[in-house]
Design a protein around this ligand. Structure first.
Ligand code: KG4
Ligand code: ZN
Length: 365
């Protein structure tokens, strides 16, 4: 028997307040009926990072408007929903709590089932939402808050092969931009500078490449960049346009090489247990970087791997991925009650050891 399900999703774990409606007929493709994202960049820009208290307050103020707009865009009302899915972690706890309280309110008022979703699972299941790919597949999640390799085996079954032990790559791009006086978010501005620069003039370290595992480290890159920048300023009294472009190009080349080589290792590990033609999917804001994409696509082309990058609006934080992940959990029998808690840390793979580090965008699971 096929069952059509319509889910409202809520996301508020970092600095985007988002609501979306996703519909799926059992066995059929999922359809995004609406997806609303209200960013908070302006609220945090003068602080050089996300301020958790400001983020939580803004989520609490914006969530109901966001839900209303998502329903309006979908031409639906609360009566048309089958359940509410909400990010219950990991993330900045005040923001996660705002979303969970909002979802509980809607679920209680309309007597709807409630499904708590792991934010990382939302990202990791996005290739199924957009392209309907089958399990298992290899996932590289690269954002401002996260960086990890996952084998996705089921809606709640993930194996983490490795991840960053300190900064996430997006964080490294943002810090680099700050050190060079470029606008935030740093990724796009550093990329634009790098396009005009010489990647070979400055040699940045390739952290942890000497280790055989899939773990990564990016915090040393900004220290290296700071030293190089200060040395130039000391010898010539300031940075020229060319210096800045060359620094960005060298920095970006280090990130690309590190990510691509570690992805090769993750693919080797994946293939050792799942022979056949693998799929590598990417998600997260950093997946927008053209050089990173190019490097990963080349790797996939030479290793007989299918490469999948969802549209950018679904790579970055959004609520459609939360609605969809909730839908998959629900079909697998999961239900949460009014005792659903907000969790600052929530590793997807409970069996792999915790990674060190907790960056500006909350704890890394
Ligand atoms: O996934 P996302 O929207 O938010 C979270 O981190 O949760 O990712 C945002 C991050 C920022 O750090 C931003 O600088 C980075 O993605 N980013 C990029 C590019 N576009 C966005 N990094 C490198 N190259 C880009 N083109
Ligand atoms: Zn995210």
């Amino acid at each position: 028997m096929t069952q059509t399900l319509t889910f409202l999703g809520l996301e508020s774990s970092c600095d985007d307040t988002a609501a979306a409606v996703v519909r799926q007929r059992d066995g059929g493709p999922a359809e995004i009926l609406s997806s609303i994202v209200y960013g908070q960049t302006d609220l945090h820009s003068s602080f050089g990072g996300v301020v958790p208290e400001i983020a939580a307050r803004a989520h609490a103020e914006k969530l109901d408007t966001c839900v209303r707009d998502a329903l309006t865009q979908a031409h639906l009302s609360l009566d048309d929903l089958d359940a509410v899915a909400v990010t219950a972690g990991p993330g900045l706890i005040g923001g996660v709590m705002s979303g969970v309280m909002c979802a509980k309110g809607i679920a209680a008022a309309r007597n709807l089932p409630l499904v708590g979703v792991n934010h990382l699972a939302g990202h990791a299941l996005t290739p199924r939402l957009t392209d309907g790919i089958d399990y298992p597949y290899l996932m590289l999640l690269v954002s401002g808050g996260h960086c990890q390799f996952l084998i996705a085996r089921g809606p709640e079954l993930f194996t983490r092969l490795g991840g960053t032990i300190d900064d996430a790559p997006g964080e490294a791009f943002d810090k680099t931009a700050r050190l060079l006086g470029l606008p935030q978010p740093g990724g796009p501005s550093v990329q634009a500078e790098a396009e005009m620069g010489d990647p070979d003039r400055f040699r940045f370290p390739r952290p942890l490449l000497d280790r055989p595992d899939c773990n990564l480290s990016f915090s040393g890159l900004k220290t290296a960049l700071m030293r190089m920048r200060d040395q130039i300023i000391e010898t010539q009294g300031g940075l020229t346009r060319r210096d800045r472009a060359d620094l960005c190009a060298g920095f970006q080349a280090a990130i690309v090489e590190t990510l691509v080589k570690k992805t090769q290792r993750a693919l080797d590990l994946y293939l050792a247990e799942a022979p056949g033609r693998p799929t590598l999917a990417v998600a997260g804001g950093v997946a927008a970087n053209t050089e990173i994409r190019k490097g990963l696509m080349q790797l996939c082309a030479t290793s007989g791997t299918d490469f999948l990058a969802p549209p950018l609006a679904l790579c970055t934080d959004n609520a459609a991925m939360i609605a969809y992940a909730g839908l998959e959990r629900f079909r697998a029998g999961a239900r949460d009650g009014m005792d659903l808690i907000a969790r600052p840390r929530w590793p997807l793979d409970k069996t792999s050891p915790a990674l060190i580090g907790s960056g500006k965008k909350g704890a890394k699971a």
